[in-house]
Design a protein around this ligand. Structure first.
Ligand code: SF4
Length: 281
């Protein structure tokens, strides 16, 4: 497929190196791209004309109309965070001993970002670097995530007068690191879920990006692989939800980075379409 100048500049901003390989079926050149987490990209901007340009997604399915939904019900045994405000929620997480991970963590990893961000990113569980720093998505996968966000004009770092529409709030499904980075256990996910539910209620995002299979399990109650669920918009309590790969996985599977870019473009289109609908109503 041929890529427009705008698409190429967005990909370059994201740290995607793009090149073309002519093939028999695609004489214009099939695009291969590699995301480079080590290259800090320049922030991408979208003029109205650029925003109207088609995003480089091969196939997408729009979100079907989401019916109003009742408040989420936490799994049996989940911590009770109902009604907590931000300070109380932060304190409840910091002092939580609801599962065995409390005895092996260095500290809890609450989450970070604008408290009213339009974008919410839900990851899996803290790794070693997160456990030590108390911040989600640090190290190489955090660098990659920041580059991905900057490529579509988003940031987790606020500033003096941050526009919530360009801000993200990042949280994990688990707030404590599993020892030796093993997978979270179902019981741990179930117990910690109340905190994530309350974070989403407080932020009230316009869109959620679920990164990785454990985030998907918690939010969509689905054990289907990420590869089967990505490429279309789902709904969490009426909020559009896009499934995509976890940055740590993308560091291991270079070939999936172009699909992650597709997912970001789908999220951007979905949130813009939703805001257009609201403006019209
Ligand atoms: S992982 Fe969640 S439920 Fe378990 S101790 Fe940490 S904060 Fe509490």
């Amino acid at each position: 497929m041929a890529w427009s100048e705008h698409q190429r500049s967005m990909l370059a901003a994201m740290g995607l190196r793009v090149w073309s390989m002519p093939t028999a079926s695609e004489p214009d050149g099939a695009v291969a791209a590699v995301l480079d987490e080590a290259t800090p990209p320049a922030p991408a901007t979208r003029s109205p004309a650029q925003a109207a340009a088609p995003a480089p997604v091969v196939s997408r399915r729009p979100m079907s109309a989401a019916p109003p939904q009742a408040a989420p019900v936490a799994a049996a045994g989940a911590v009770n965070a109902v009604g907590l405000d931000w300070p109380a929620l932060r304190e409840a997480v910091a002092s939580c001993t609801a599962c065995a991970l409390s005895s092996t963590r260095t500290q809890t990893v609450f989450g970070t970002g604008h408290p009213k961000a339009h974008w919410m990113i839900v990851g899996e569980a803290p790794g070693e670097a997160e456990d030590l720093s108390g911040e989600p998505f640090v190290g190489r996968s955090g660098q990659l995530l920041d580059n991905m966000l900057r490529a579509i004009g988003l940031s987790r770092h606020g500033g003096d007068m941050p526009d919530p529409a360009r801000q993200v709030f990042i949280a994990n499904t688990l707030k404590c690191r599993p020892p030796r980075n093993r997978n979270p256990l179902p019981d741990e996910l179930a117990r910690c879920e109340g905190f994530l539910i309350r974070q989403i209620e407080l932020v009230r995002p316009k869109i959620i990006l679920a990164m990785g299979s454990f985030a998907v399990q918690s939010l969509l109650r689905s054990s289907a692989p990420v590869g089967q669920l990505r490429g279309r918009a789902h709904s969490y309590q009426g909020v559009p939800l896009i499934v995509t790969y976890h940055p740590a996985y993308l560091l291991r599977q270079q070939s999936e980075k172009a699909r992650a870019w597709d997912d970001l473009c789908l999220a951007l289109d979905t949130v813009e379409a939703a805001s257009t609908t609201v403006a019209r109503d």
